[in-house]
Design a protein around this ligand. Structure first.
Ligand code: BV8
Length: 249
């Protein structure tokens, strides 16, 4: 656990930090067995590019196909468990006075791990809303009609996630932008830093003078600009960082 060396200056910075913000992407769920967003999809879905399916046009063209893609993803996530990276962020939250966990993920694994100060920028796989009314439904029955119908108006249900070309939930986005602008330390974990406006958040933190830390086994467009680049899987780096910062203290 402590094998991964965390820079001493970062440990000291974290120990004195009051305001910390974390942005996560699909990479933090990779070690839970949930494929990342841009990883080659498997089985039936191998022939589709996720960015072509995660759009309102794709749903209007073929609502059944898009709804079944999300059903497949819900099943994958149901079989998954939060991993050591998710749990390390729950521990980090305990040590920081003003902590925000901003996620692009729609898998709900941070909530299942026990994170509280959580902002879901792109929605959640396990919620659905009416495509016509754009209003959430409490629950739905997976029957023979796919996608299921809205109990209020009979319109088609869709996953309550943010598709490409759609606005992010305003409250969550504004809270995330404020967290990024005021954080003393900002983490970008398991994201390719390609999707906007989420990818803007670490740049906002940098511009405000925060210490910015990237955790990713691969380089990203952000890597050259961050204060610290920890090149490893989140499930190993985060527990080491939390142990070396707070357990030893
Ligand atoms: C919008 C939900 C505007 C659905 C998703 C500038 C400004 C505003 C918009 C744009 C802009 N430029 C372009 C746009 C359009 C677009 C965009 O950003 N396109 C990109 C591709 C260029 N943005 C939008 O459309 C956004 N909407 O801004 O609307 C608007 C304005 C006016 C009026 C109307 C609208 C909406 C974006 C949200 C799209 N929805 N998801 C679903 O999930 O089905 S985004 C999707 O990508 C996922 O949520 C995912 O989280 C997100 C980002 O991907 P990552 O999480 O980074 O995952 P990825 O697979 O890419 O990378 C994984 C990383 O993990 C890798 O780096 C890998 O190395 C690393 N990794 C692997 N293993 C590990 C690991 N890291 C750590 N540990 C490991 N073990």
């Amino acid at each position: 656990m402590n094998t991964i060396p965390i820079p001493a200056a970062l440990i000291a910075r974290l120990r004195n930090a009051r305001r910390v913000a974390v942005l996560t992407g699909a990479g933090i769920s990779a070690e839970s067995g949930v494929p990342t967003f841009r990883e080659a999809q498997t089985g039936l879905w191998a022939r589709y590019n996720p960015e072509d399916l995660a759009t309102p046009d794709a749903f209007q063209r073929d609502p059944k196909l898009v709804w079944e893609w999300y059903t497949w993803r819900r099943e994958r996530v149901r079989q998954a468990q939060p991993n050591a990276g998710h749990h390390a962020l729950v521990e980090m939250e305990r040590h920081i006075a003003e902590f925000w966990l901003i996620t692009q993920n729609v898998d709900g694994l941070h909530r299942r791990a026990g994170s509280h100060q959580l902002l879901e920028l792109h929605g959640n796989l396990f919620r659905a809303k009416c495509f016509s009314e754009d209003r959430p439904v409490e629950s739905w029955m997976d029957g023979d009609e796919i996608p299921p119908r809205c109990p209020r108006c009979g319109g088609l249900l869709r996953p309550d996630v943010v598709w490409f070309g759609e606005m992010l939930p305003t409250d969550a986005l504004h809270a995330a932008q404020h967290a990024a602008a005021t954080a003393e330390v900002f983490f970008s974990i398991g994201t390719s830093a390609l999707v906007y406006p989420a990818a803007e958040l670490p740049l906002t933190a940098l511009a405000a003078g925060a210490t910015v830390v990237e955790i990713n086994p691969q380089p990203t467009p952000l890597s050259a600009r961050v204060t610290y680049s920890l090149n490893g899987p989140a499930g190993a780096v985060l527990p080491a960082l939390v142990a070396q910062t707070w357990a030893a203290a």
